[in-house]
Design a protein around this ligand. Sequence first.
Ligand code: IMP
Length: 435
Amino acid sequence: MARKSTPNTLVVVGVQWGDEGKGKVIDVLAEKADILVRYQGGNNAGHTVIADGEEFIFHLIPSGLLHPGKVGLLGNGVVIDPEALVDEMSRLRNRGINVEKAVKISDGAHLIFPYHKRLDAAREAIATGRLGTTRRGIGPCYMDKVARVGLRVGDLADTNAFAEKLRRNVDEKNQLLQAIYNEKPLSFDEVYARYRDFGRILAPHIVYAPRFLRDAIAAGKRIVFEGAQGTMLDIDYGTYPFVTSSNATSGGVCTGAGVPPTVIGRVLGVVKAYTTRVGEGPLPTEFSPDLMEAIRTKGKEFGATTGRPRRCGWFDAVVARHAVWINGCHSIAVTKLDVLDEMETIQICTGYRDGKKIIEDFPADMETLARCKPIYETFRGWRSDTSGVDRFSRLPKAAQAYLRRIEKLVSVPIALISTGSAREQMFTTTAWKLS
Ligand code: IMP
């Protein structure tokens, strides 16, 4: 297929440890898009969108589907808990969305089963080696994918073959659950009956994703690929082992959605004006307890999926630079600037100190990272309300200086600034287009 110009495709990825506000950014960008695609992760994600004053949390279906007439695709890199998907589809239906037309599912996406969730929780219950997962069965499902014993959405169609593969899995997992984790076994009959029902519900939504996207691109459709989690939770480029089990970075788009790299038009990194993470693992710029409490309360920093309090810290330019490179970000969106409105002073981490050495690149090994101390630049706070501001020049001078410094440190422009949770509380700083 000869193509004359770069397709109208945009990848939106998290620059930090997830929860950067991608849901809102995608919801706003979705207005100009035709198709929204999730390419990795599962219902460990929680993308909060506030539309017409009402909150909607997406876990599996791409954010943006609250706009009527959009199509959302779950790519083969996504792991699908059908129970969660069916529930989300019915919540969307209640909001007036034509789910029958709007939701497409790749036949190659792997299915999460109750034994994955049980194994995830059982491992997390052991204190040593605890990762602080969402316990949604994400890791164990990807383990089965790589071990080549997983079941895919496409398997639901052939009930006999499906039953046989499922039985082998239930038998094996029951042995693990009983012998290693001292847990009760699962009933094959119950699991099979439930998944057969899910198979019937999901059947009309199943597509062969590479073909679906090839046709869409050929027809000039505008596509947004939506990353879940964030760069520092990427299985390869995050703070391993305290990461999720998929490639949350833009590299995951090709394998996780079924498109070649040459169709990727632009990459937008989403970054909070400060930093947060949920779960275990290093967070070099973590706040002291009193500051943590203040920012957590103002920023409502509680997990959208698990409700866990998020750990908060200063903006870390070492992390952001690493993410901008690995994702190939053309620009970034800075969210939740308003959360810093009341601060007297604000800090940005520009590098780390490891003994006498200054480190500007994110360390590949966690032992080095554990020794690193952040080097900070201090900024005057603006101490005024930015939540209604609609253009850069109307931001307080101190806020402008803070953002300009971030831009300089990451070497790409800030394309979008968000100063609140509503759709209207976001403005572009450049002539922003989808591609
Ligand atoms: P898992 O993805 O449930 O296996 O969890 C692995 C790590 O990723 C844990 O630290 C989780 O808290 C974190 N995590 C997974 N999904 C998200 C998300 O959407 N936002 C923030 N953290 C997440």
